[in-house]
Write a protein that binds this ligand. Structure first.
Ligand SMILES: [Ca+2]
Ligand SMILES: [Ca+2]
Length: 408
C-alpha cells in the first residue's frame, strides 16, 4: 500500500516538469470569405492575362455575346478552366466551372463596381468584381472558390483579370492548455492545402497559414504574432515550442507534433532589426532585441526591416530584400552563435548615369552593416513617405537644380 502511494507521489513529481503538451490531429472546415478578407489572405492574388483569341478547345459559346470579349485560361483545382469576359455596358464573366470547355452551360456572373478610379488620362477605367465561382476538386483535392476582379480600360483594352481566394480552411488547434485559431489558404488555387514552402520549391506553389496567437502573442515575442498569413512550412513555432506540421491534401485536417529540434543563435548586434528568414523546414519572423534562437540549418533572408519609434510615437521603417551581404544566406550549427552586425550605421551612396541630352539619372544605394541593401524611402506608421528630394548646389551653395527620386 505504502509502495503504491510512493509510486503515485514519485510519479507526480517526476511528471510535473514534463508538462504533456497536447498534439494531434485537428479538423479544419471550408469557410467562405464573406466581405473583407482576413489579413494575409487579402494579399493573395493571381493575375491572368487575356489570351490572343478563343482557345481552340472551347466547343460552344453562350448566345448573345457582344463583339467585345476577352478569353482567359487558368488552372483551378488542377483542371484547365476557361473564362470569358463580355464587355457590355454591364460586363459579364462566364467561368467554365464544370471544366467541359462548353461555355454555353455556365451561368454568367454580372460584375459589380466597387470603385471608379479617376486616373488622370484614364478616366474611363472601372473595376468590376465577379463571383464567387466554385470549381469542384477531384481526388484528394478540395473545391476551389475564387472571386475575380477586372479593371476595364476600354472595350478593346488589355483587361487583366485577377483571382482572389473566396474560401479558406479554418479550425481550432489545441496545444496544452492553449487554443489557437488556424486558417489555411490554398494560395495557388490548386485545390490542395499542403503546398509547403521550402528553399527548393517555387514560391508560386506555397500555400499559407495564419495562426491567431491571441493573448499568447506577447509571450517572449521572438516570433512576431502571425496575425498575418505566412508560408506554410514543415516546422512552426507556437507558444515557444516547435511543432512538426502536416496538412491533409484537401485541407480537412492538420496534424501537429511537438518537435525537439537542435537550436543555434543568430545575433545581429542591435534591436530594431526585423528579419524574415526561411530554411527548408521553417519560416520565421524575427524581431525584438536582435538576438534569436533558431533551429539549426541553412537559411535565406527574405526581407529585412529597420524600425525606429520617434518621441511622438510614430514608427519609421526602412525595408529591403537582403539579396546581398552576409545575411543573404547563412548556416547555423547546433549550440553555436552566428554574430553578424546588421542595420545602422547605414552607408548611403549615390550613383549617376548619363541619360543623354541634359539628363542624368541619380540612384541611391542604402547599405547596412551586413551589406544588406535597403530600398531608399521610408515608411511612417506603415505608409510610404514621399521619395527623397535632391538639390544640386554649386560651390557657393547656390541651388542649380532640384528634383525628386522616383521609386521603381
Ligand atoms: Ca461549362
Ligand atoms: Ca495549394
Amino acid at each position: 500500500m505504502r509502495r503504491a502511494a510512493l509510486a503515485i507521489v514519485l510519479g507526480f513529481f517526476l511528471c510535473a516538469p514534463c508538462v504533456v503538451r497536447a498534439q494531434g490531429e485537428f479538423a479544419l472546415e471550408l469557410q467562405e470569405i464573406k466581405g473583407k478578407a482576413p489579413p494575409g489572405v487579402a494579399e493573395v492574388e493571381k493575375t491572368v492575362s487575356p489570351l490572343p483569341g478563343k482557345p481552340y478547345k472551347v466547343k460552344a459559346l453562350p448566345a448573345g455575346l457582344s463583339r467585345h470579349v476577352s478569353y482567359y485560361g487558368v488552372h483551378l483545382a488542377g483542371k484547365p478552366i476557361v473564362m470569358l469576359l463580355d464587355m457590355t455596358e454591364a460586363p459579364k464573366l462566364y467561368v467554365d466551372t464544370n471544366a467541359d470547355f462548353d461555355l454555353s452551360n455556365d451561368k454568367p456572373a454580372e460584375g459589380t463596381t466597387e470603385k471608379e478610379q479617376p486616373i488622370p488620362g484614364d478616366a474611363n477605367m472601372k473595376t468590376y468584381d465577379f463571383g464567387a465561382f466554385r470549381v469542384e476538386g477531384g481526388e484528394g483535392r478540395a473545391p476551389v472558390m475564387v472571386r475575380a476582379k477586372v479593371a476595364i480600360w476600354g472595350k478593346e483594352g488589355n483587361n487583366y483579370l485577377s483571382l482572389y481566394p473566396a474560401a479558406i480552411r479554418s479550425g481550432q488547434v489545441r496545444l496544452g492548455d492553449k487554443s489557437y485559431t488556424v486558417q489555411l489558404v490554398d494560395a495557388d488555387f490548386d485545390g490542395r492545402y499542403d503546398g509547403m514552402a521550402s528553399l527548393s520549391t517555387s514560391r508560386d506553389k506555397w500555400d499559407l497559414i495564419a495562426v491567431d496567437l491571441g493573448s499568447q502573442g506577447t509571450a517572449a515575442a521572438q516570433t512576431a504574432p502571425s496575425e498575418e498569413a505566412q508560408p506554410l512550412s514543415k516546422l512552426m513555432r507556437l507558444g515557444g515550442n516547435y511543432y512538426g506540421v502536416q496538412v491533409a491534401a484537401d485541407g480537412s485536417t492538420m496534424r501537429l507534433e511537438e518537435a525537439h529540434t537542435a537550436l543555434a543563435t543568430l545575433d545581429v548586434g542591435q534591436p530594431g532589426v526585423k528579419l524574415t528568414v526561411m530554411s527548408d523546414s521553417g519560416f520565421y519572423s524575427l524581431s525584438g532585441e536582435g538576438k534569436w534562437q533558431l533551429p539549426v540549418g541553412h537559411y535565406q533572408t527574405q526581407r529585412v526591416t529597420l524600425s525606429k519609434t520617434d518621441d511622438k510615437g510614430d514608427v519609421w521603417t526602412l525595408s529591403g530584400s537582403a539579396s546581398t551581404g552576409k545575411l543573404k544566406a547563412f548556416d547555423i550549427a547546433e549550440g553555436q552563435t552566428l554574430a553578424t552586425k546588421a542595420g545602422p550605421p547605414l552607408v548611403v551612396r549615390t550613383s549617376a548615369d548619363n541619360m543623354g541630352a541634359r539628363a542624368v539619372s541619380i540612384g541611391v544605394d542604402v547599405t547596412g552593416q551586413a551589406g544588406e541593401k535597403y530600398t531608399p524611402g521610408v515608411a511612417k506608421n506603415g505608409a510610404a513617405e514621399p521619395p527623397p528630394t535632391l538639390r544640386i548646389l554649386d560651390e557657393s551653395g547656390k541651388v542649380l537644380g532640384a528634383g525628386s527620386f522616383q521609386y521603381g
